[in-house]
Design a protein. Structure first.
Length: 101
């Protein structure tokens, strides 16, 4: 039996099949979608991103900024390795607490 809101408000039904019963879903479809919230009702192209997203904070941790930081860290590590190899640096290479001798 469909939900009362489907009959009363003439709401569109979810067009997906239930995995367990293999019968059509009885839930109402999400607004503007063909499926309900249980069957992954989201549109990737309609999802807000960047400054338009309500959870946007600052933009400093974007994927591009993370990749740039990763590349800069890799360059520094290679320079540090080269410095230790030619004897330019002395001391342990560990950061933070030093291991007990």
């Amino acid at each position: 039996m469909p939900l009362p809101c489907l009959i009363k408000f003439d709401a569109k039904r979810c067009q997906c099949l239930c995995k367990r019963t293999e019968k059509p879903c009885k839930n109402p479809a999400a607004f503007g979608m063909r499926s309900c919230r249980m069957h992954d009702a989201h549109r990737p192209h309609a999802a807000l991103s960047g400054q338009k997203h309500p959870n946007y904070r600052h933009g400093q941790a974007t994927n591009a900024a993370r990749q740039e930081h990763s590349l800069a860290s890799a360059r520094l590590r290679s320079l540090e390795t080269l410095g230790y190899a030619i004897g330019m640096f002395a001391g342990p290479r560990t950061v933070g607490r030093k291991p007990k001798a």
